[in-house]
Ligand binder design. Sequence first.
Ligand SMILES: [Zn+2]
Length: 357
Amino acid sequence: MHFHSEVNIVQGVDIVQQVSKALREEFFSELNLCKDTSAVEQLRVKYLGKKGPIQDLMKSLKSGTPEEKRVLGKEVNDLKEEIASKIGETAAFMRKREIDEQLLNEKIDVTLPGRRSFAGRKHPVSAAMDEILEILMEMGFSVQYGPDIDTDYYNFGALNFAPDHPARDMQDTFYIAPNVLLRTHTSNVQARVMEQHRPPIRIVAPGNAYRNETITARSHVFFHQIEGLYIDKGVSFADLLSTLEEFYKKLFRADITLRCRPSYFPFVEPGMEVDISCLQCNRRGCSLCKYSGWLEVCGAGLVHPEVLKNGDVDPEIYSGYAFGMGVERTLLLKKGVSDIRLLSENDLRFLQQFDAI
Ligand SMILES: [Zn+2]
């Protein structure tokens, strides 16, 4: 039904009343279909706008008698006010409902765990390395670095590993060329330091070492090592033992006992494996020490005279000691880590368990 044309031909009270009645009904049925405030606004413009049907009805009254204008004018005005007030009411109701919905959708669950900012920290191996070096530096050692890729001479030859000696098999590595390899220990720094400095020499050499080994929970193809070297007049086995004892007491912050077992390393004579009393059971026996009461911590010995000679140091005048420890191994003992592979897998769930250092 289109009121515009019909309204223009209004000729009497009845017709105006019929039109306004129909208009009212149509308005309410359209209002019922409105789903949101913008639909209600469109309805307002449609019915109450300057070109809307109410305005048309008003215009059509101009041609009526004064009595018709009075009666019908009131009727049309009442309709106009009813529509306006109904639109205002509905719009207000819908606006409130829309705000409620918005609030509900944007509600923040304050009980959810917060997002922590991620702070980087040292890798546990770096932290352990730094801690070890700090203690050794306090004890008078200075830090010296050497190359990861080195010649057979510095890694083996200068350290008294004879070309076909079985000791080389124990330290199988990765060769880059026939005489160039990934160092198997940071002991390759020894000959370099002796070439450049005269005794007294009191250094520690930290860094990566590589071995051609099967990767297991206890061994890897790469690890970190710290080697100590002290050369001076009159350096004795007692100096070595007291140095190691002081170092391990400081490192593990415990009153540990040392135990030495004779062992063979080509570059020391005599050589030994050093154990400390178990940190967990103090020699009563537990799973950490495999019920032996002792934990193996490093290899050590007095510098072999041949090694001194290779470094142009006279073994008749000078003597020295050397020791070497694996950083991962030390960390495993100190922090109770069961698998060395965890330290190189870069899994944050594992790494974040270590204290920020
Ligand atoms: Zn134990």
